[in-house]
Ligand binder design. Structure first.
Ligand SMILES: Cc1ncc(COP(=O)(O)O)c(C=O)c1O
Length: 393
């Protein structure tokens, strides 16, 4: 079934998924797929997790929506839970990653305007992805995302990723810098993992210059990389961190968390959202956080991720087509010598959902509840497809 009433922005979509359970999904023809993508890092608990379904149903039966003119109990409880798990002080809830990043950008603007800087400038990086709103697509380091939407937003300067020296050079020539905004691991950009001391060096640079360190953890948080937030593996705190995707296990919710002086920048009336922090979305997120903790899924992501990396290394040993296999927790990239978008359809044919990003990087984001058997199945299906892949496919 294809409707001509939808805009063409998603291109042609091959599959119609109608049902999910755990790490499995089914299409409208009844075919079953092993889901190694989780809706692009969204359904960390897998599909139709009973705790999330129950939380949504119960809250929907009580109060589906109420305006932010009123206190919202599930929003406050979720804020307390996230505060405890993050070590951050305060937060704002929106409905998506882009909105969480918009809030972060607005915090940087407030920080700069308080300092009486005319054009507060945020340093962002090449190959980054921060969203599709005007400010976040401007922050995004990918011309394809920006093309046609000019004029872009002012107040951004770009540096190569994983290059602290380049940021120092920009800052030496630009007195308007107020913040650095980066993904701790670039997701859409090809599962790019920076040097181990990159985040620490950015933290030091921000401290020395009174800049905000803004981390976009929309893809890396919610346990995905083997800690609840990725910065927790680096012994630092950001001033601002954004989270979305896996937070509600499929319910649309995002948040912008701030710490220290950055947490005090918003005043009554400075920001808002009709649906942000909605009772049902917050109930789903509460259930998601509880389940991640109860089922020790952060630890599971770390150990299964290691295991998957070594299984792929063994299965792909000596394969000339493979340039690199890398990952953190259950965020895994297999970089090939050639573009390999064609592998997505081949994998689907074989009953497996994967993604290819940055042209030549197979991106795997299986749910954190993936079993050992499912991990074996993933390698057994994918490794031969990679070995047999030719650039013409
Ligand atoms: C790192 C990062 N930031 C921001 C976004 C945008 O999130 P959303 O699509 O929910 O607006 C994404 C989505 O892929 C992302 O991966």
């Amino acid at each position: 079934m294809t409707s001509d009433a939808l805009m063409s922005n998603y291109g042609t979509r091959a599959l119609t998924l109608v049902k999910g359970e755990g790490a499995w999904v089914w299409d409208d023809q009844g075919k079953r797929y092993l889901d190694a993508l989780s809706g692009i890092a969204v359904c960390g608990l897998g599909h139709a997790h009973p705790a999330v379904t129950a939380a949504i149903s119960e809250q929907a039966g009580q109060l589906l929506h109420c305006s932010n003119l009123y206190n919202i109990r599930t929003q406050e409880q979720l804020a307390d839970q996230l505060q405890a798990v993050s070590g951050m002080d305060k937060m704002f809830f929106g409905n998506s990653g882009a909105e969480a990043n918009e809030a972060a950008i607005k915090l940087a603007r407030l920080h700069g305007n308080h300092k009486k800087i005319d054009i507060p400038t945020i340093i962002v990086t090449e190959n980054s992805f921060h969203g599709r709103t005007l400010a976040t697509l401007t922050a995004t380091g990918n011309r394809k995302v920006q093309a046609g939407f000019e004029p872009l937003v002012r107040g951004f300067a770009r540096a190569p990723y994983d290059d602290v020296q380049a940021i120092e050079t920009i800052a030496a020539n630009n007195q308007s810098v107020v913040a650095i905004m980066v993904e701790p691991i670039q997701g859409e950009g090809g599962v790019r993992i920076p040097d181990a001391d990159y985040l620490g060096q950015l933290r030091a640079l921000c401290n020395a210059n009174d800049w905000l360190l803004i981390l976009d953890e929309i893809q890396t948080a919610s346990g995905r990389t083997g800690s609840f937030f990725h910065y927790q593996q680096h012994g630092i705190y950001p001033d601002v961190v954004t989270i979305a995707k896996g937070l509600g296990n499929g319910m649309p919710i995002g948040a912008c968390l701030a710490r220290g002086p950055a947490a005090e920048l918003m005043q009554a009336g400075s920001h808002g959202s009709t649906f942000g922090g909605n009772p049902v979305a917050c109930a789903a997120a509460q259930a998601t956080l509880r389940t991640i903790e109860q089922e020790q899924l952060v630890q599971r992501a770390a150990s299964l991720g290691e295991d998957l990396l070594s299984r792929f290394e063994t299965a792909l040993e000596g394969c000339d087509l493979v340039r690199d296999i890398r990952g953190a927790g259950l965020m895994i990239g297999i970089e090939l010598e050639h573009d390999c978008a064609g592998l997505v359809a081949q994998a689907a044919e074989a009953g497996l959902l994967i993604n290819v990003t940055a042209g030549n990087v197979i991106r795997l984001l299986p749910p954190l509840i993936f079993s050992d058997e499912q991990a074996s199945q993933l390698v057994q299906i994918l490794a031969p497809l990679i070995r047999g892949f030719t650039p013409e496919d």
